[in-house]
Design a protein around this ligand. Structure first.
Ligand code: MF3
Ligand code: CO
Ligand code: CO
Length: 324
């Protein structure tokens, strides 16, 4: 095959006509997710119970018991099942050409239909009803007018506030035909999450979870994000419990039956480091521009081990080769 025109070089004028050198203009952003338009915040009918931050954007800082009562746990099972159902149904509409905003509208409306409030909406000012993190976006991507493209991967992170408690779950989906390395990354992220879940045992330190996740990810030579961690959850969206996805011996808090928290490892194809993008204060991307995948469940520690509150019949089973 002959080549009619040589490839654009770093010092050539950019293809976009800006007159700037390619390397000073579009080069660094090529193959990267672009930001679309973010529509105005949507509203939630007044008949739906709202979390305390819904109007101010500021969650009140008050403690929450690590160990939940049976009554709170019963409510968390319902919130968890609802979150699982929303995630599963949102995953079904992922396709080339669908905008992340359209998925947001779908999730917003379905959450309300199930009687809940989309926990992310106005949480610390976050403007949408779920997070949509495409390709190299690690987490907290804001739904916008960008259409998903064939070959993209997208994480949908769904949280519902129902009956006074939160349920939080996410999964990474393929858009059309996705290359094998990305499929391998997604499969590893899901396996890592399950390794973490399997490490949940009463009497053991929380650090067992990160150790199990890290082992799985490092075996595949992937990076484990350190800046964002799992969290205690219940009547508050994020409470004082932290669940690291890497091993840290200082994480000595012991797991007790009745504790509820999330496990949500973010696994990078390359380096673990992140940077912030788009100047929106939310979107975190990989520092090296390589892809990142994530899965999340809300977990209850039991006498026997754990229950997956966002699992069960409504939960996502990814529609691809990594199905367990
Ligand atoms: N659902 C995310 C989590 O797993 C939190 C999103 S907070 C937001 O913890 F403000 F970014 F939406
Ligand atoms: Co979470
Ligand atoms: Co989440």
């Amino acid at each position: 095959m002959s080549q009619a025109t040589p490839a654009l070089q770093a010092n050539d004028a950019c293809w976009c006509g800006s007159g700037r050198k390619y390397k000073r203009c579009h080069k660094g952003r090529e193959g990267r997710v672009t930001k679309g338009r973010v529509s105005p915040m949507r509203s939630v009918p007044s008949s739906i119970a709202r979390p305390p931050y819904a109007d101010s954007g500021r969650p009140p800082r008050r403690g929450e018991d690590d160990v939940k009562s049976a009554e709170v746990i019963a409510r968390m099972r319902r919130a968890g099942a609802a979150a699982a159902e929303i995630l599963r149904r949102a995953g079904e509409i992922v396709a080339p050409g669908v905008t992340t905003e359209e998925i947001d509208v779908f999730v917003h409306d379905l959450t309300i239909e199930l009687g809940g409030y989309p926990s992310t909406l106005n949480y610390h000012g976050y403007p949408k009803s779920l997070c949509t993190s495409v390709n190299e976006v690690i987490c907290h991507g804001i739904p916008d007018s960008r259409a998903l493209q064939d070959g993209d991967i997208v994480n949908l992170d769904v949280t519902i506030y129902l009956d006074g408690v939160h349920g939080d779950t996410n999964a990474t989906f393929c858009v059309g035909d996705v290359d094998q390395p990305s499929q391998d990354l997604i499969a590893c992220a899901e396996r890592s999450m399950w390794r973490g879940i399997e490490a949940v045992r009463p009497g053991r330190p929380l650090s067992d979870i990160g150790r199990a996740i890290e082992q799985e990810a490092h075996a595949a030579r992937f990076g484990v994000v350190r800046a964002f961690v799992g969290h205690g959850i219940g009547e508050q969206f994020h409470n004082d419990i932290q669940v690291l996805h890497y091993y840290d011996e200082r994480e000595t808090k012991v797991m007790r039956p009745g504790m509820t928290f999330t496990i949500e490892p973010m696994i990078n194809a390359g380096a673990w480091q992140h940077k912030m993008a788009f100047d929106d204060g939310w979107t975190a991307v990989t520092a090296d521009g390589k892809r990142s995948a994530q899965f999340e469940h809300t977990i209850l520690v039991t006498e026997a081990g754990c229950d997956v509150l966002t699992g069960g019949p409504g939960a996502v089973s990814p529609s691809a080769p990594w199905r367990r």
